[in-house]
Design a protein around this ligand. Structure first.
Ligand code: ATP
Ligand code: MG
Ligand code: MG
Ligand code: MG
Length: 439
């Protein structure tokens, strides 16, 4: 992408309305724009990051055996009347009427709809286990939307729903998602700690919230410091191996970790003080096992191997991609701007032409741009007429992991400077060496 032809509306001033650093940086870099309270557009730079976050989520969901589909955002009230949640859900649900005066709603979650899909097609235990997911917009009319896309009213959710014949199967399904979540957040450079959680209006009795520690987090959390060092399940994790997955689950639940709603002060105080962590955190994911809560009210049954009908055991598993993007920024920035982990960076490398219009600089930039691009890297070329200082500031602000600086003096010797955004380390090398280093 040539910056001169891109749409990246950088703000010069710090936006006054932003209270936390991620919100400030997302507005300043032109990643998002508020359209009305708690409702955002994702501008091109933000969309690139969001797509990378979604791609990681998708890969790990697929790896665990979950299957992607797409359900609509608008739902008919009838399904929710069946489950009993139409009245119970309260004011967070946006209720709409269509031209025939039929009550509709903008879905805050999809348990009812997925149960309806399931009961329409699946009649036998032979088709289980099944886990269906989508990445789709949700609407919750939050009392206090704030911190940009961290708590918005319209937001993206990855929501998966598992169906099993019995509790044992459902626990395997739960442990699959548990391991997939550990991998997903780790790949984004985040340490997410699974904490025992309240199940809220979704219901059920086994639930974990995945929490990122951050001073600006809205949850108060308590856990053992060991969580900071626990190993993450590898790429080769066998998701069909129920025993292996249970061992991962047991390891990651072997120490105390709870949000304030579930906090047990006596249990926490029993941990030696030096090993206790009492902090604030951001909920980036939440998994639930809720048994037959929806299959009972909505009649989702399968024939078991015993020839009898069984209510299916279900779980649901959410991740908030549009919350993850600011959570990653909260975890990774400095006074100059964002520092993207490579896995979610909007571009892999930015080539900075310090003197656009200078033949040697332009030629070297053209080579870097095409060779790196052809090697499959996402390259941003700053070919604007801005001052060199402004270009450096922009590159730092938008946080691309590697900067290649092409200036008239060093290019006379065939050399460029390669800077690592995270460490600030700079190295001078030939254009060819810079290309080889990156591909
Ligand atoms: P919170 O406690 O922050 O209100 P929640 O517990 O109501 O979240 P869940 O129903 O568990 O949310 O939804 C699954 C995931 O969706 C959450 O873990 C979070 O990552 C994301 N999410 C929920 N509400 C919002 C929101 N208003 N804005 C952005 N992401 C959200
Ligand atoms: Mg909520
Ligand atoms: Mg919550
Ligand atoms: Mg939750």
């Amino acid at each position: 992408m040539r910056l001169s032809r891109y749409f990246m509306p950088i703000l010069k001033e710090n936006p006054k309305e932003a209270e936390i650093v991620s919100h400030r940086l997302m507005l300043r870099t032109g990643m998002i724009r508020q359209q009305s309270a708690g409702i955002y557009s994702w501008l091109p730079l933000g969309k690139r990051v969001l797509d990378k976050v979604n791609a990681i989520i998708r890969e790990e969901q697929n790896r665990s055996g979950a299957i992607e589909l797409l359900m609509p955002t608008l739902q008919s009230a009838e399904l929710w009347q069946e489950s009993g949640r139409y009245d119970a859900y309260g004011k967070e649900m946006l209720r709409i009427k269509d031209r025939q005066d039929r009550p509709m709603l903008y879905g805050p979650t999809n348990e009812e709809m997925i149960t309806d899909i399931f009961r329409s097609y699946v009649k036998s235990y032979r088709n289980l286990p099944l886990n269906l997911y989508h990445i789709q917009l949700k609407f919750r009319d939050e009392i206090r939307p704030r911190f940009g896309t961290m708590r918005s009213r319209e937001f993206l959710m990855k929501d998966a729903y598992s169906f099993d014949l019995d509790r044992e199967g459902a626990e395997h399904a739960y442990n699959k998602m548990f391991a997939a979540y550990l991998r997903t957040f780790d790949r984004m450079g985040l340490r997410a700690i699974p904490m025992r959680a309240d199940t809220g209006p979704i219901g059920g009795n086994l639930s974990h919230e995945f929490i990122i520690l951050a001073d600006t987090g809205e949850s108060e959390v308590f856990c053992h410091k060991d969580f900071l060092d626990f190993g993450i399940p590898g790429e080769g994790t066998d998701f069909d191996d129920a025993v292996g997955l249970k061992a991962i689950f047991e390891k990651w639940t072997s120490r105390y970790a709870a949000t304030s709603e579930m906090h047990d002060e006596a249990a926490f105080d029993a941990i030696p003080e030096a090993e206790r962590l009492s902090a604030r955190g951001i909920e980036v994911g939440h998994i639930f096992y809720f048994g037959t809560k929806y299959s009972e009210t909505m009649g989702a049954k399968v024939l078991g191997p015993d020839g009898k009908e069984h209510l299916v055991h279900m779980g649901s598993y959410g991740i908030g991609p549009t919350r993850l993007v600011p959570a990653i920024i909260e975890a990774s920035h400095d006074e100059n701007g964002i520092i993207w982990p490579k896995s979610v960076a909007p571009f892999d490398v930015v080539v900075i032409n310090m003197k656009t219009g200078d033949d040697a600089c332009d030629a070297a930039c053209a080579t870097l741009y095409s060779d790196l691009g052809n090697a499959g890297l996402d390259v941003l070329l700053d070919d604007t007429d801005d001052r060199a200082g402004a270009k450096f500031a922009t590159a730092d602000l938008i946080g691309v992991p590697v900067q290649i600086v092409v200036g008239p003096r060093s290019i006379a010797n065939g050399e460029v400077e390669v800077k690592d955004r995270k460490t600030g380390a700079r190295e001078t090398m030939t254009v060819g060496a810079a290309i080889n280093k990156l591909i």
